[in-house]
Design a protein around this ligand. Structure first.
Ligand code: ADP
Ligand code: MG
Length: 284
């Protein structure tokens, strides 16, 4: 297919939602793969001790693998832990191992504990530039559902928050708390942070509920919510067990086409979003 437009700068997005199982990891890896398939250069940082994003990218991550844990705790450069996603050219990943579960506590006593991921990303981008490597277009940070120091590091490292919302009961539960936390981060640690993108996932267009949730989300976030929604699809949920994203596992499936359309929409919006006034989301 045709190449997607590259953003004017490396876009760093934290994929966040305090609820587990809403499609954060699935969205992080598939949006990343779709953008890479569109000709862009993309890094996924697996910032969740579960390591589900690493699995979906086909990157082995047994305990002891050089990982995000070493980046956050041992000052290991991101360049030393990043690995290619073999099935998708242009896509690379920084894996998480179970060791990362200890980082939440180890970080507490560290200097500048909220800024460690930010510093690592800045150093990595500078390193790539010095080494003459091409600029990264997108960095997605996959987060655990909690709002601990791992997630705080991701919010400090990003300019944008990407929120996947599952079109199910209680979809909006916890969203106002997430937005309050983002406001706190803006006020104290990262004034640039803003919710730039919302994606409706696991959408079942046959149910009234899905349409209700969709309407409510679009009412509150008219600018941020992508037109494209992601259908509930078995192929999407099967792909990780083959160490693949749905983009390569079944490229013509409804799920792959939807993520590709969402990625295209996001890439094409990038310029417009940069111009738009800073959204100040209010909800609840
Ligand atoms: P989170 O990272 O928010 O915990 P996941 O991305 O791991 O959520 O998704 C939770 C579960 O839902 C996983 O089993 C995943 O395969 C499945 N899933 C995610 N998106 C879809 C979808 N569009 N259709 C079907 N299953 C999905
Ligand atoms: Mg996850």
């Amino acid at each position: 297919g045709r190449k997607f437009p590259a953003p004017p700068h490396t876009r760093v997005l934290t994929v966040a939602n305090q609820k587990g199982g809403v499609g954060k990891t699935t969205t992080a890896v598939n949006m990343a793969a779709a953008l890479a398939t569109g000709g862009l250069r993309v890094l996924v940082i697996d910032n969740d001790p579960q390591g589900n994003a690493s699995t979906a990218l086909g990157i082995d991550h047994p305990s002891g693998t050089p990982s995000v844990y070493d980046v956050l705790i041992n000052d290991v450069p991101l360049a030393d832990v990043v690995q290619p996603c073999e099935s998708v050219p242009g896509l690379i990943g920084a894996p998480a191992t179970i060791d990362l579960s200890g980082a939440e506590i180890e970080l507490v006593s560290m200097v500048a504990r909220e800024n460690r991921l930010l510093k690592a990303i800045r150093a990595y981008l500078a390193h790539r530039e010095e080494a003459g490597e091409p600029r990264l277009d997108y960095i997605f940070i996959d987060c655990p559902p909690s709002l601990g120091l791992l997630t705080v590091n991701a919010f400090v490292a990003a300019q944008e928050v990407f929120i996947p919302i599952q079109c199910e009961y209680y979809a909006l539960e916890g969203l106002s708390q997430l937005l309050r936390n983002i406001e706190l981060i803006r006020g104290h640690l990262n004034p640039d942070l803003h919710v730039s993108t919302i994606l409706l996932t696991m959408f079942d267009k046959r149910t009234n509920l899905a349409h209700q949730v969709s309407a409510e989300v679009r009412e509150h976030f008219p600018v941020q919510t992508l037109e494209t929604w992601i259908p509930r699809s078995v192929r999407i949920s099967e792909a990780p067990s083959y160490g693949q994203t749905v983009l390569t596992y079944d490229p013509t499936s409804s799920g792959a086409l939807a993520y590709r359309a969402a990625a295209k929409e996001m890439a094409e919006r990038a310029a417009a979003l940069a111009e738009a006034p800073r959204p100040s989301p209010s909800f609840g």
